[in-house]
Every structure is written in C-alpha cells, then in structure tokens.
Design a protein around this ligand. Structure first.
Ligand code: SF4
Length: 411
C-alpha cells in the first residue's frame, strides 16, 4: 500500500544516480539494498547469497572486494548471476587497496555497477589523495557511479584531529560528539567535492555517513541533507543483533525517511549464527511498507489476541497466510501484478474483527469466547459469507487465494 499521506510528504530533492538498471535518488522510490557476508573469492557461496538477497527483494547488492582472489571472481560471479536470471546491480566494497584491485582487474572494474569508497580507508595517509584519484579515474573510464561511504569506525583521523584542534581554540567550543559528527559530514562532502574536481558528475555520486547510535545518525543525516543534494544512502552501522538492531534501524531511518531524507536504505543486522541473511531485506521492505512509502508484499493485519481469543487458530491462520505469501511472492510478482497492495485481516473476535475486516480487501473475524462458532468473511468491505465448522482456516485461506486470482490474475 502506498499511503496517500506518505506520498504527500515533501521529499528532499536529490540528484538521481543510475546504479546499473536502478535509479537512486531524484524521483525514484527509496531503494532497498543489502550486502553479502560470504568470501567473494568463494564464487559459489557468493552467487548463492546474492541470488537469495535479490530474490528476497534487495534491489542492489554489495559484495566485499578485499583482495586479488576476490576481484578475480567478480566478473564470473556477475556472469553466473545473469545466467540464472539475476540482474541485480552489484556494488564492490573497497578498502585500503581498492585503487590497486580496480587497476589490476579491469574486468572486475567493468563488471561492478558501483564502487564504494571509504574516505578514511583509501590506503595510507601519504598516498590517500593519489589513490582516491585513481579510483575516481577508473570509475570515470568505466562510466560507473561511486558511493562515498564514511563510517564512524574508520573516520579520517587527520581531519578529526584538525577539527578537534580548531574547536579547542574556538571561543565557543562545542562537544566532542558534535566535532565528531562534523568530521563525518565534512569527510563525505570534501571527498565528493574532490571527486567532482576530478571530473565526476554529481549524477554519479552517492553519499553515506554511517554511525552506530540512533540520535547521532539522525543528527548527521539531517545536517548532511541540508548541506548537499547528493543522493543519500541511509544505514545505521553496527545496529546490532535481533530486535535491538531492528528497532534501532527502524527508529533512526524511520524518522529520517519521514523528513524526506534518504534515497536508498540498508538495514545492517548482525546475523545469528546460521541465521538468514535475507532478514535484513525483509526488515528494510517492511520499514518502507509500514510507513506507506512503498509496497512489496501483501500485508496481513492480525489482532494481538487477548482473553476473548478462544484458541490459537487465528494466530496460526495469520502466520500461515503470511508465510504462504512470502514464499509465493517471487512467483506472484509476475503472475499477479499489483498483488503487493493486497491487505488481509485475520481477527480474533467480533470486538474489532468486522471493523478491521471491512477495511481490508479480504478479512475474517474468528469467533471469540462466548460467540457463536461462526466466522464472517468480508470482501472489499462487504460481508461475503460466514464460515462454520472445523475447516474455517483452510476455507478462508482458499478464499484469499481465489481473491488474488480474481483480482490480480492476468489469465
Ligand atoms: Fe481481543 Fe477480539 Fe481485540 Fe482480538 S479483536 S484483541 S480477540 S478483543
């Protein structure tokens, strides 16, 4: 569901950047991206993970290019992905020796759709400017955009020291945290300015300035957004594990997105051992969807349940439908265009059941404590039928599938 209110919110004006086939910034919707955690030199694992992330809905995928063995595999990874129908833009993440890898492996430079440069990690200090220029020259030669991605944990120490000294000598010194935030912003802006002086167009530059604390992220991006019109990549770095990572990312990015700031987002979650990497894509999509900016998968609304709930049937039914939708979406996107805007409601009793169900495209109100064992089903706001007996859950699930076929089927 694209929310009318969200659509009406003013968006910060930014210059659109083409990353492969995907536009970041300008009038384009906010793009979801993610990053692999496989060794890029291991092409099998990397192809599998990029494919999984793309199938889950990641519209851009970043891979680590940290050494010769990894750079050598990049063109092969790209080819293999294309052979299986995965055309997601690939971004190379470079630190320390990016200039050398891009120079020594021109096929890698050509295969990637964007280069990520960390201004704090472009080789050793004395050679930083030269090496930065080398990367920009290669990007220009291959007509590739770059992301100048500053990170709190690898900030340009020279710049930070200079700003700290200036602050100490100032009549109106600010806090050390404020100086740090300013250093992060300046590092990104100065590097972007340098890239422009080297001939790179503004339509080839994306900026990011990642920090690990919610309030810092909001402050840094709000300031950065005021001071430039480059497309911005949002992300909270080291967001953490489990619910903490999700809540922190949603809180910080949600506030910025509401202010119209952010052209692409990555939710960085520390995976649980053996955990599913695609979780971060799901969280990023859900953040954009619950805020009404984009629609990716049908929404299943369910009440929380309470003492009026007679069984766990409604939770199981809601979960069952949600799981079925998630698994089916890759196929449904082609089979049922527009299905991502579908709203389903599964409610536990008549207190809020009929009302919520009427607002959904299709909804059911299961019987609560003391209610007649029947379940009214509403379709497009009208009561369509009442289900009874032990097969309510299965019958409703089938009704949802029939509704999808009827409304979104093209056959
Ligand atoms: Fe409880 Fe009914 Fe409200 Fe669900 S709809 S939370 S079962 S009162």
């Amino acid at each position: 569901m694209i929310d009318d209110f969200a659509k009406a919110l003013p968006r910060r004006s930014s210059i659109g950047v083409k990353v492969g086939s995907v536009t970041v910034g300008g009038d384009a919707p906010v793009v979801v991206q993610s990053m692999t955690n496989t060794d890029t030199a291991d092409a099998d694992s990397t192809v599998a993970q990029v494919a999984a992330l793309a199938r889950a809905g990641s519209e851009i995928v970043r891979i680590t290019v940290d050494r010769a063995e990894a750079a050598a595999q990049v063109p092969r990874i790209k080819e293999r992905l294309e052979r299986i129908g995965i055309n997601v833009p690939l971004v190379g993440d470079f630190h320390y020796i990016g200039h050398k890898l891009l120079q020594d492996y021109p096929d890698c430079a050509a295969a990637l759709d964007k280069y990520r440069i960390n201004p704090g990690n472009v080789g050793f200090k004395a050679k930083r400017d030269t090496q930065f220029s080398q990367i920009i020259d290669i990007a220009l030669k291959h007509d590739k955009p770059v992301r100048i991605g500053v990170n709190w944990g690898s900030l340009d120490q020279e710049l930070l020291t200079k700003l700290m000294d200036e602050n100490a000598a100032s009549d109106t010194p600010v806090s050390a945290a404020a100086v740090m935030r300013e250093a992060i912003i300046q590092s990104g802006l100065l590097s972007a300015e340098r890239a422009e002086k080297l001939g790179m167009g503004r339509d080839k530059i994306i900026l990011s300035a990642k920090v690990s604390q919610v309030q810092d992220l909001i402050a840094v991006y709000a300031d950065l957004a005021r001071r430039c019109d480059y497309a911005l990549h949002l992300g909270l770095t080291e967001a953490g594990m489990g619910t903490k990572g999700i809540v922190s990312s949603a809180a910080s990015m949600g506030i910025l997105l509401q202010q119209g700031i952010g052209d692409t987002i990555r939710v960085s979650l520390t995976p649980e051992p053996g955990g599913d990497r695609t979780r971060e894509v799901q969280v990023a999509q859900e953040l954009l969807q619950v805020m009404g900016f984009r629609a990716f998968v049908p929404v299943v609304a369910a009440c929380p349940g309470c003492g009026r709930t007679t069984s766990t049937t409604f939770q199981e039914l809601a979960q069952d439908i949600q799981d079925h939708i998630r698994v089916s979406m890759p196929k449904w996107r082609e089979q049922y265009p527009g299905v991502e805007s579908l709203n389903v409601a599964v409610m536990g009793c008549i207190v809020n059941g009929p009302g919520e169900s009427k607002h959904a495209d299709i909804g059911i109100s299961l019987p609560g404590t003391g209610e007649t064992p029947s379940a009214p089903v509403f379709i497009d706001g009208e009561k369509a039928t009442t289900l009874r007996g032990p097969g309510i859950a299965d019958e409703f699930k089938q009704m949802v599938l029939d509704y999808i076929e009827k409304r979104f089927g093209t056959g």
